[in-house]
Design a protein. Sequence first.
Length: 482
Amino acid sequence: MRLARKQSIFWLGLILGTSLLCGLFSLCGSAPTFAYGTPAGSAQESSSSQVKDADTSTAAQDVEVSSEGSSARASGIDFALSDFSRVEKGSNRPVEGTYHGYYYLMDAPADSLCLVDLSGVVVVYVPEVLAKQNGLDLASEQTQASLKLLFSALDSYDAQGNSVVKNDAEWLFTSKQTFTTHGLTIGFSQEYKSGYFYTSLQTETGTDAMGEESPLATDANLRLSHVDYANLQASDAVAIAAAPSAFDQIGSFFQTLDWSPLLVTLKTTGTAIIFIFILGLLAAWWTLRLKPRTQSIMDAIFTIPMVLPPTVCGFLLLMFLGRNTPVGAWFDQIGFPLVFSWQATVIAAVVVAFPLMYRSARGAFESIDADMLDAARTLGWSEGRIFFRLMLPLAWSSVAAGTMLAFARALGEFGATLFLAGNYAGITRTIPIAIYFEWMGGNIEAAFFWTIVVIIISFAVIFAINLWSKRTTKYRRKEVEL
C-alpha cells in the first residue's frame, strides 16, 4: 500500500513538473517562429524560421518580423513595413452629425498604408505619394506579392488568436482614397473630423455596409474582419533585433510577470473554503431536520447557485450588497465595504461553490442508517455529540470530496467575482480574471501561463480526491473481495 502511494505521488509530481516545463517553453514559442531576425546590416545568420509565399516570384524569401510585431522586411525586397498596427473594432455612428458608413479611427498617420480584410477579398491602399517616393508600381505583380508577403507576416504575428488575412483571397491594390469593389465603397485616410482620419466602408449607393441588403450580408465570400495600418520604409532603414535564447525569454517573462493574481486567488480560495465547509455542513444537517415540504424549498434555494450562470449570481449579489442598498450602505458606514473589494471575491466564491459542499454533505448524511442515530439518542447522546462523533466520521469521505470540489470551483470562479469585485490588480484580480484581461490586452504569454497554473492545481485537486476516495473506501473493497 505504501509503495502504491509513493508511486502515485511520484507520477503526480512527474506529470505536474512535465506540464510546467512544457508550458514554460511554450511561452517562448507561443508567438510565431518568425518573430525575430538579425539586426539590420548584420552579417549574422538569422535564427528565425522562414515565412514563404508560393504566389511570389521570390518563394524562398525569408521574412523577419520584429519582436514586438511592428516591423517586417524580407530578403530581395527593397522596402519594408514598420509601425504596424491592427484595429479589430469600428463604429457605425455618425461623425460630426454626418453618416459616413462603418468606420475605423486610424491610430496611425494619415499617409499610412492600410489593409482592409473582407475575408474573401483583401484591399491594400498605398498612398500615391509613398508609392512614388519608394518607386513602387502597384500594377507590378512583384510589388503586389511583396506587399502581400509582408502584410501577411505582420498580420498573422499580431492576430493574437483572431482571424488573419488569407493568402488565397482576392488581393486588390490601389492608391485611390475612394475605392469601389464588390458593391462596397472604401474610403481611406478620410478626415471626417478636424485632425482625425478614418477608414470607412459603405455600400456603393451610400447605405449602411452592415445592413441586411449590403454585400457583406448577401455575399458569403465577404465578411468584414479588421484593418491593418503600416508605414513604408526602405528595407535597410528597419532594424530587427536578433532573437534571444529560450532561457532569456523565460527569465524576462518571470521578471515582468505580476504574481498578485496567484496570491489573491490562494488567499480568496483559502478563506472561502473555511466558510463553505462550515456553512455546507450546517445547512446539510439543518435541512435533514425540516419537514419534507420545507426541506424541498430550502434545498432548491441552497442548490440554485449551482445551476444559475455565474454572471446572474454576480448580478443578484450586486443588487443585494451594492452601496445603494441598505445592506451595502450599512457595511460602508462601519468601514467594511463589500462591493469591489477583496471581501467581495470571498463572497462570490462562497456563493458559487457552496452548493457543491452542501450537496455532497447532505448526500452523505442521508446515507447514514437512521437506526444508528436513534440508538445513539437512546444512549443519551446530544445532537452535537451525534453530529461530531457519529455523523461526521461516517460521512467524512464524501465531505472531504465535496470540500475539494468546492475548493476547485472557488478557484475557477470568474463571472460572479467580476460582477461583484471587479478587476483591481493585487486586490480582486484572481487568476481567472487575469487570464481574461491578459488575453484581451494581447498578453497571450501571461494568459497561457495562468491557464497552465489553473490546470495544474485542478489536476492536483482531482488526483487528491481519487487518492482520498481509495483510502477511505478501502474497507468496502475488502468486504466485496471477501
